[in-house]
Design a protein around this ligand. Structure first.
Ligand SMILES: Nc1nc2c(c(=O)[nH]1)N[C@@H](CN(C=O)c1ccc(C(=O)N[C@@H](CCC(=O)O)C(=O)O)cc1)CN2
Length: 288
């Protein structure tokens, strides 16, 4: 039996349409549009595409897109000064610095400089702490999108065994926190985990965020499990995920494809976070 394919593109389109409706109501009530500032340093081709997509999606949702493109040799002081300006700008509800930054820049210092209440990426330690302790804050967009896709096929995750393969600050760790909040039993695995295939085989939910093409093999998957593939790996065969899709689709109960799975949800969730930020800043109740 082949798995249900979870159509992230369709889910993202629906979420974006919903946000656009709420943004229209916000504009009526608040007399202004939510504003998202995106900062890109350098010319990494993939990052340039993502930033362009974010700008287009922001405008299509009825929000204001403010783009700052800085040269690759920008120094820390210049970037930090721009973040401070955006922190102080009342028209800016959300600030996002596109990652990865060029190697000479101090990513941690830049993320720390963003006002946590405008941190629509949810990468600031204050928001990581809020997520870990169940307080309202901003949840990183990719894991938030993963949970939405998961719940589209498994509305109640209570008691399920989940394995998150990958322990990054922007996907693995927040993903684990979200699954704990959904009452899953969560294992966070990584490159040094002993007998990883055996761990994955026990899981009802597999989230693959390890960054290695086709790393998770079909016979690691428990029959009927739900597989969420966060990987975006450019190979000679094209864009592939961290899961060997051709193998896993024969075993899983449901699986996200790459492309067209988690990726589109990242930008849709960014719009959601920006709308929520505007509502919080204006003291308006968010409709989500
Ligand atoms: N500040 C941030 N930087 C980065 C983030 C982030 O959430 N915040 N995530 C990624 C890149 N990213 C958004 O920035 C992103 C990645 C992938 C997609 C997407 O829609 N992917 C498509 C394939 C598109 C392609 O050909 O590359 C898909 O999977 O279908 C959207 C956004 C790292 N940096």
């Amino acid at each position: 039996m082949t798995a249900t394919i979870i159509d992230g593109k369709a889910h993202a389109a629906r979420l974006r349409a919903t946000i656009a409706t709420h943004v229209a109501a916000f504009r009526e009530q608040a007399g202004r549009a939510p504003g998202l500032a995106v900062v890109l340093v350098g010319e990494d081709p993939a990052s340039s595409v993502y930033v362009k997509s974010k700008g287009r999606a922001t405008r299509e949702a009825g929000m204001e897109s403010i783009e700052h493109r800085l040269p690759a040799d920008t120094d820390d002081a210049t970037l930090l000064a721009l973040v401070e300006t955006l922190n102080a700008d009342p028209a800016v509800d959300g600030i996002l610095v596109q990652l990865p930054l060029p190697k000479h820049l101090d990513t941690q210092a830049v993320l720390l400089a963003i006002d946590p209440d405008k941190d629509v990426d949810g990468f600031h330690p204050v928001n990581a702490g809020r997520l870990a302790t169940g307080m309202p804050g901003f949840v990183p967009c990719t894991p938030l999108g993963c949970v939405m896709l998961l719940k589209s096929v498994l509305p109640d995750l209570t008691g399920l065994d989940a394995v998150v393969v990958g322990r990054s600050n922007i996907v693995g760790k927040p993903m684990a926190q979200l699954l704990i909040a959904e009452s899953c039993t969560v294992t966070v695995a990584h490159s040094r985990t002993r007998d990883l295939p055996a761990r994955v085989r026990q899981a009802d939910i597999v989230v693959a965020a390890v960054g290695i093409a086709n790393f998770i093999e079909g016979d690691w998957i428990k029959p009927g499990a739900t597989v969420i593939d966060v990987g975006i790996n450019r190979t000679e065969a094209g864009l592939v995920g961290d899961v060997d899709f051709a193998e896993a689709v024969e075993v899983a109960g449901a699986i996200t494809p790459v492309p067209g799975g988690v990726g589109p949800m990242t930008i849709a969730c960014l719009l959601r976070n920006t709308y929520v930020s505007a509502c919080r800043r204006d003291g308006v109740e968010a409709a989500l």
